[in-house]
Structure formats: C-alpha cells, structure tokens
Design a protein around this ligand. Structure first.
Ligand SMILES: *[C@@H]1O[C@H](CO)[C@@H](O)[C@H](O)[C@H]1NC(C)=O
Ligand SMILES: *[C@@H]1O[C@H](CO)[C@@H](O)[C@H](O)[C@H]1NC(C)=O
Ligand SMILES: *[C@@H]1O[C@H](CO)[C@@H](O)[C@H](O)[C@H]1NC(C)=O
Ligand SMILES: *[C@@H]1O[C@H](CO)[C@@H](O)[C@H](O)[C@H]1NC(C)=O
Length: 374
C-alpha cells in the first residue's frame, strides 16, 4: 500500500472517531461559510475535504484516487488561503473552494480551457468592426438580466464547449431585445453541428453564429438537449428552428476600447474571449482584477463568456458583468464581475482582445464602421 493511502486510512480513522461529538465544525456546514484559515493541520484539511466531498457529491472509485485527490485539494486550499491573505482591501475579489477544488489547474485546463486558432473568415456572414464606437446615451450602469434578456446560468459540465454557451447567450439576448421573447437555445446543436469547431475540445462563437445563419436558425434546448458530449449532428432536430439571426460583427486579436465595448454591451449581450487563469478558476466573489494574468502573452485566450452588463461599485471601481457557463454554484451565482477601465490595452485577462455579437433586424449601432462583407 502506498504511503499516501496509508495516511488517508489513518486520517479516516481519526476523523470518524472525532467528527460527531467533539469537532469544532459541524459536518453539515456549507463550505462557503467556513473560515478556511481554521483548517491548517492535516486532520482539519481532511475534515474540510469530507465536507467538500459531501457538498459536491463527489465519490472516488479507489482509495488511491481519493488519496491523490486529497493532495490536490490541500494544495488548492493552501493556494486560496495564500491569495486571500494578499488581498489589500476588503473589496478585492475573493477566492474560495468550489466544485473544481480537487483538480489541479493543469488538469482543469485540459478539460475546460482551449486556445483557438485564428479563424479564417469566408463568405458574407460577418463584418469586422473597424472604428471606435461611442454611445453618448449609454447610462453609467446597465444590466440585461433586469431587462429579461438573459437566461438562467447553464453548466457545460465536463465538456470544453464554452464557445457554444457564449453563442447561445448572445442569440438568446438579441432575440429577446428584438422579438420581446426569451428563448432557451440549444448548445448541443452547436457542439454537434458546427463542424468547423471542435465540439467539446473548443471553438469560436463566431463560427457558431455563421452556422446558425447558414442553417436558417437554431432550435431550443428542450428540442435538442445538452449531453456534454461530442456526437453526430441530428439534422431533423437541427432544422426545428425557433429563432434566427441575420449576420454578426466581430473583432479578433485587436483590442477594442473599453468605450466601444460598453457601447456594444449597452446594445445587447456580447460574446467575448478571455484568458481564464488559476485565480479565475477559484473566483468566488468581488471585482476580479486578474493579477495572475499580467504575465500572459499578447491576446492569449482560452475561454469564452458573455458580457451582459456593466456598472461601478460604491467605491468607484468599474466592472463588467460576465455570465459564465460553469453552473450557478461558481463565482457570484454563476457570474463574475471583471474590472473595467484599468487603462491596460488588452483589459483584464485579455477581455477586450476578441469578441462578437449577432445582428437581427435593425439593431445596428449608429456610426459604427464595418468592413465590407468578408
Ligand atoms: C450572402 O450571399 C448570398 C448569395 O449571394 C445571399 O443569398 C445571402 O443572402 C447573403 N447573406 C448575407 C447574410 O448577406
Ligand atoms: C434525431 O432526433 C429525433 C428526435 O427529434 C430522433 O427520433 C432520431 O432518432 C434522432 N436521430 C438520430 C440519428 O439520432
Ligand atoms: C481595454 O480595456 C481596458 C479596461 O477596460 C480599457 O481601459 C482600454 O481602453 C481597452 N482598450 C484599449 C484598446 O485600450
Ligand atoms: C470598499 O467598499 C465600500 C463600499 O462599497 C467603500 O465604502 C470602501 O471605501 C471600500 N474600501 C476600500 C478600501 O476601497
């Protein structure tokens, strides 16, 4: 038996002996309410691991795996504690334990995060944004969730299909804004049918928009349900369309200004790419500044999300309201607030490097210059 497994068994015995009457922390506590600084010893960390496993309904096949997962859990716990200790103000974003806490960042990246190669734009479906747009009437804060243009937070599960969730979110949004009706659209259709993307191994929402235009629309999640797996396109489901888009506008690997992005977001929810760092993985709340993205190369991107609004905190920090697709138990009920107007060209974690939004009806932003169809 390996020493890791032996240690685990000893911890199990100690833990079973002490958990009920004598432990200072009841087993039933929720992870989010616990002070992680109290769990520093091996025994306490193990206790916390048991609470975490129960809360996340995690079971392992073998003791070897459980022992290995516990090691990773401990190093994530240490990471979260150290990062939180460095917070300068109580308003700085917080890290915490979440459903990814038994995975290392490397392992997590292989499943959830994928860099995408530069897409080749062909056909007359999209236009590149050329100038800096400004919307003089845009208010200082805006939230599409309060206008009924955003569906519930979805969960991509163990499939790297963030691009499909980002794309459905943008189409759901523009449908509600133009047609006054909010559909819940099918990510699985995009994962299975957008053959130019790589399904659960990554892709670009722009190609999803192009597919939807060529397909004559997209169906509902109820008609083409999510399986979190690659599979062949079911064309009879794919043709049962419930909403359409006309075209899409995009920018790629050329950061746009925060002012333009604010203008686009005021017009509709916008798909963007960013670099999801280790801090991003463990984010649990506050305004995220992405300190560990500072060393990330020029416009390097590995994740797609949806910006649904913007605002400023009481102490004057501007932020984007960003919808993620890692379930409502990640971040702030599935959302992350990302700092805006930092003055850096690429934005926090490269958030203004690449993005796109679909067009439908007459929702075009005035005075926006677009490349002729490419
Ligand atoms: C693209 O071109 C085709 C053929 O010229 C035309 O039928 C179609 O409507 C065009 N689509 C868009 C989005 O402009
Ligand atoms: C496609 O979906 C329909 C239901 O809409 C189902 O009856 C059919 O078996 C599916 N086809 C394949 C090849 O899975
Ligand atoms: C990118 O984003 C930052 C932060 O929101 C902003 O300050 C900056 O002006 C943006 N774009 C460019 C091209 O600088
Ligand atoms: C934190 O935010 C509160 C209100 O949101 C503000 O009053 C306070 O000054 C902020 N603290 C710091 C250190 O920025």
């Amino acid at each position: 038996m390996s020493s890791l497994v032996t240690n685990l068994l000893i911890l199990f015995l100690v833990w079973y002996g002490s958990v009920c009457p004598t432990s200072s922390v009841p087993y039933e506590y929720s992870i989010s309410n616990l002070d992680l600084d109290k769990f520093t010893s091996e025994k306490e960390a193990f206790h916390l691991f048991q609470i975490w496993k129960k809360e996340n309904e995690r079971e392992y096949q073998t003791l070897e795996e459980e022992a290995a997962r516990f090691q990773i859990f401990k190093s994530n716990l240490k990471y979260v504690r150290e990062k939180n200790a460095k917070r300068k103000s109580p308003n700085d974003s917080r890290l915490g334990l979440n459903k990814f806490s038994d995975m290392s960042y490397e392992e997590f990246s292989k499943i959830y995060l994928h860099e995408i190669e530069k897409p080749i734009m062909k056909g007359n479906y999209s236009k590149m944004i050329l100038n800096d747009a400004s919307c003089p009437n845009a208010p200082s804060s805006w939230d599409w969730r309060t206008k009924g243009a955003v569906t519930h937070v979805k969960d991509q599960g163990g499939c790297g299909g963030c691009w499909a969730f980002s794309a459905t979110g943008a189409i759901e949004g523009i449908t509600q804004i133009v047609s006054k009706w909010l559909p819940d659209l099918s990510e699985q259709q995009l994962i299975s049918c957008v053959t130019r993307n790589k399904g659960c191994e990554g892709g670009w929402y722009g190609r999803a928009f192009k597919y939807v235009i060529r397909n004559g629309g997209i169906t509902s999640g109820a008609n083409y349900p999510y399986t979190a797996k690659d599979s062949a396109c079911n064309s009879s489901r794919a043709q049962n369309i419930i909403t359409t888009i006309d075209s899409y506008n995009y920018w790629y690997h050329t950061p746009i200004s925060g002012r333009s992005l604010r203008c686009f977001v005021y017009n509709q929810p916008v798909s963007v790419s960013l670099y999801a760092s280790a801090e991003f993985k463990s984010y649990t709340g506050g305004i995220f500044k992405g300190h560990d993205c500072l060393g990330i190369g020029s416009c390097k991107l590995n994740h797609a999300v949806l910006i649904v609004g913007y605002g400023s905190s009481d102490d004057g920090q501007d932020y984007w309201i960003v919808k993620n697709s890692w379930g409502a138990n990640w971040g702030e009920q599935g959302y992350i607030r990302i700092k805006r107007n930092t003055g850096s060209t690429r934005g926090v974690c490269n958030i203004n490097c690449s993005g796109a939004y679909p067009t439908k009806g007459k929702n075009e932003i005035p005075a926006l210059k677009l490349a002729t169809s490419i």
